[in-house]
Design a protein around this ligand. Structure first.
Ligand SMILES: *Cc1c(COP(=O)(O)O)cnc(C)c1O
Length: 351
């Protein structure tokens, strides 16, 4: 019966990090450093956990379709912007594409980058154009503008996954001025940088900024994302979205996590200390990063080989081979707890 499946799902799909548990079982290792998925290693804020526990007691009821509690928390934190929410930022990306892109229309993506944009666009029947970055992984605005002239959505991740570098706001502003459609700016890692793209929202009505609770807020398992979007787009986004997207437990936890800035600040401090130590102490070239991970050039080895060797030593990192447009000699490693980062540095330096 497989002939019934759509052609875009016949092969491919999202590549998941190797499961730490699998490696542990395979090599008999008990303590695994999990540095493959850019998560905050700290468990969620106790206030977020308490809010989730309180919400789950009322889970017999459908959630508030407006996610009022979460939107209120976002407005208290960032100001009175129009906000959309989704099941992770992945959910936001999917809904945004569904809202705007007709089959056959174009989505332009600055690459190498996070793979889900292309998967979600293909699922919508879009034509995906990839726009390679320069050799140092900086964005060439002219190239993205040329592709973005005729694209419904242009996608730019900053700080970029997996390369870690950010695109300056003035370059983003130029892109916004000159493309034909929307710009989706993926800010999954913005909290780890010093950059603020929010002022661009005032000047550009073609900008959507995606954010997530999965990274600095320690809520990856609850799947909550949100976006700053222009007011004109919000009612259409809501119409295109699945009814009752964010569940009541996740919404309550995210709303409670947001004001707990001490939790975020702790990990941001950890990230800034260890980004420097990774640069200074790893014997392979480490690319400068504005995120909670770094990309490491492990040539002459391949990323896959290094991931395998490190896994046998109890350190899970991510090979960058699956990132289209990147040579095969890179790995991406997150900043975790001290012992995880120390183990990673020690082990990679023996390779
Ligand atoms: C982690 C990540 C996301 C989304 O995460 P969700 O868990 O779906 O909120 C989006 N973009 C990039 C670049 C990411 O790394």
């Amino acid at each position: 019966m497989e002939h019934l499946v759509r052609s875009c799902y016949k092969e491919g799909g999202y590549i998941f990090a190797k499961k730490a548990e699998d490696i542990a079982r395979e090599f008999g290792i008990k303590r695994i450093a999990r540095l493959a998925s850019n998560e905050n290693p700290e468990v969620p804020s106790p206030v977020a956990v308490a809010a989730a526990e309180a919400a789950v007691r009322h889970a017999n009821r459908y959630p508030d379709e407006q996610a009022y509690v979460l939107i209120k928390a976002l407005k208290a934190r960032y100001g009175d912007y129009p906000f959309a929410v989704g099941v992770g930022m992945d959910g936001v990306i999917e809904t945004l594409i569904r809202t705007l892109v007709e089959p056959g229309e174009t989505v332009a993506v600055s690459t190498p980058t996070f793979s889900f944009y292309s998967l979600a666009a293909a699922a919508q029947g879009a034509r995906v154009i990839t726009v390679p970055r320069r050799e140092d992984f900086s964005v060439e605005p002219g190239a993205l503008i040329r592709a973005g002239k005729y694209a419904k959505i242009t996608v730019l991740c900053t700080p970029n996954n997996p390369t870690g570098n950010a695109t300056p706001p003035n370059a983003v502003s130029e892109i916004l001025d000159r493309i034909g459609g929307m710009l989706f700016l993926d800010n999954a890692y913005i909290e780890f940088s010093e950059i603020d793209y929010l002022p661009l929202l005032k000047k550009h009505d073609n900008l959507v900024i995606g954010r997530t609770f999965s990274k600095v807020y320690s809520l990856a398992g609850l799947r909550v994302g949100y976006a700053f979007l222009p007011a004109w787009l919000l009612p259409y986004y809501q119409r295109a979205g699945t009814p009752f997207t964010v569940n009541s437990v996740s919404a309550a936890a995210a709303a409670a996590a947001l004001p707990d800035s001490a939790h975020a600040v702790r990990y941001i401090g950890q990230v800034k200390r260890w980004r420097k130590r990774y640069m200074d102490e790893i014997r392979y070239p480490v690319l400068p990063s504005d995120a909670n991970f770094v990309m490491v050039d492990v040539s002459p080895r391949t990323g896959d080989a290094v991931v395998d060797l490190l896994a046998r030593r109890g350190v899970i990192v991510r090979s960058c081979r699956s990132f289209t447009g990147l040579p095969d000699h890179y790995i991406r490693a997150s900043i975790g707890e001290d012992w995880e980062n120390e183990l990673f540095i020690r082990e990679i330096n023996t390779l």
